[in-house]
Design a protein around this ligand. Sequence first.
Ligand code: BEZ
Ligand code: FE
Length: 257
Amino acid sequence: MSVQVQSERLAEVVPDALAAIHEVLERHRVTEQEWMAVLGFLTEVGRADEFVLLSDVTRTSVLIDALTHGGDESGATASDVEGPMYTVEPPFRKKIYEEYEGMGDDDPLFVRGTVTSTGGSPLPEAVVDVWQTGPAGGYDVWDERQPEGNFRGRIRAEADGSYEIQTMLPRPYTVPTDGPTGRYLEAIGQHPWRPAHIHFKVTAPGHQTLVTQLFFPDDPYLENDTIGAVKKALVRPVETHEDHLTCDFDIVLRPAG
Ligand code: BEZ
Ligand code: FE
């Protein structure tokens, strides 16, 4: 049955997709040599495991996120794209990093809030899973100075739905540019920068999983994120205290079904 539904869906979408591609090829009179270069590029993207990255920088991921979650007026926190840097089941820990040489001496940042259902009830069984770049350099997997799994972690909400993670303020970073997607960005003149952000994946029994990102004001790339994923509703102020920073981020999940 599901195969039948899928092939019905394919029969509906594929002819339109092909017609759109053929129309562009015709309009620009694309040559055999150019088309072979396109096929070669896509082959390289596959070999380099960069299809998610390509989907992101062409802003296709943002479009699909909007088509999937847009128009949600339930009051749930806005979703955002996951990107390619998520790793499953990071450790449960409140402080999501270990110190490493070269990390600088920024004050810690406490991100805190409450996880509730759209009806307002707290969700004490919610799990908040976060990942981000370090304060100096990129993700743990790109930055050999960082221990494996650094700036990744999960925390379970308290009985009143509250959560708090200890982290550090991330900085803007460039998406990987050393593969075919990087060459594509350079060729079309698109910069590779993303504004500083923290990724969230939040689950709770009986609720839809929320994948989203938290952004911070005054970032030079808020208005021109290379993957176009910034939503105003996800930008939260950071407060400076004597020896630490805080950022409040309440999270609202939609009941499943
Ligand atoms: C990210 O936000 O983690 C990301 C998005 C696109 C490419 C690489 C990383
Ligand atoms: Fe990221």
